[in-house]
Design a protein around this ligand. Structure first.
Ligand SMILES: Nc1ncnc2c1ncn2[C@@H]1O[C@H](COP(=O)(O)OP(=O)(O)OP(=O)(O)O)[C@@H](O)[C@H]1O
Length: 241
């Protein structure tokens, strides 16, 4: 099994003493990894480091063997991401936004733009501008941009944020389809337990900046019946509910 992401001793403490503490993790090809934790646990911090937006105090992240701190461009070459909010140009249409993005990549033509708009349920808004979009529509457009260049790895911070039920089901199916058919590897943060249970193949629980445990979803469900039971017991075991 090919190791796609390796996180070693990753540590980042903000001045207020919060952050992440010595996180170690390996993600294999085709994994849909769910990074599960309560608000303020450190998910976004870890994902910002993974995508080069902030530097760690200690430790490193390797993507396909390339260090994010030492060879950023190589590490990010096959990565698509949404961190915090899916940004777009508010005064360009959905199509123009993707066209703009496509300029950074080779081999992304108008056909591919239509394809990702179709995949994310945004084709009917192709000629509309994100300044008039709802949060969920912006999130969908962000996802369309993230998958545009067919990345081998997708790092998505709360990708279901703002989506309606239908949107969540669509995005979940899209993620599973990409993992199964194209071997795309996913690193997804969420605090939506039910959705992580239905989407992810492996789950890691982070609380107070510490990674508590990593297990396959199958194993967790065998032992705890629901992810919620597991999550509560993991958090309790570590002294906080
Ligand atoms: N720039 C910053 N300066 C100081 N503290 C910060 C900063 N960014 C985040 N923190 C703190 O670090 C901790 C982890 O924050 P982070 O945003 O990584 O959590 P999260 O797991 O993504 O939470 P959420 O689910 O609410 O998005 C929090 O306690 C937060 O207050």
């Amino acid at each position: 099994m090919e190791k796609v992401i390796e996180i070693c001793s990753l540590t980042k403490l903000y001045k207020n003493g919060r952050g992440i503490d010595d996180i170690n993790l390996e993600i294999n090809q085709g994994d849909i990894f769910g990074f599960l934790g309560p608000n303020g646990a450190g998910k976004t911090t870890a994902m910002k480091i993974m995508t080069g937006l902030i530097r760690p105090d200690r430790g490193d992240v390797r993507i396909f063997g390339h260090s994010i701190t030492e060879s950023y461009e190589k590490a990010m070459a096959e990565v698509g991401c949404i961190i915090e909010i899916a940004d777009s140009y508010p005064f360009l249409t959905a199509y123009e936004n993707l066209r703009q993005r496509a300029r950074y990549y080779q081999g992304v033509d108008d056909c591919r733009i239509d394809e990702v708009l179709e995949l994310t349920g945004m084709i009917k808004y192709k000629q509309e501008k994100p300044r008039k979009f709802s949060l969920g529509m912006k999130q969908r457009l962000g996802l369309a941009a993230a998958i545009l260049a067919r990345p081998k790895v997708l790092i998505l911070d709360e990708p279901l944020n703002g989506l309606d039920v239908e949107g969540m089901i669509d995005v979940r199916n899209l993620i599973k389809q990409m993992a199964e058919q194209e071997g795309t590897t996913f690193f997804i943060s969420s605090h939506l337990i039910h959705d992580v249970e239905l989407t992810c193949s492996r789950i890691g629980v982070i609380v107070n900046g510490k990674m508590l445990n990593v297990d396959s979803t199958e194993e967790i469900l065998q032992n705890y019946a629901t992810l919620e039971n597991y999550f509560v017991s993991e958090v309790e075991r570590n002294g906080r509910v």
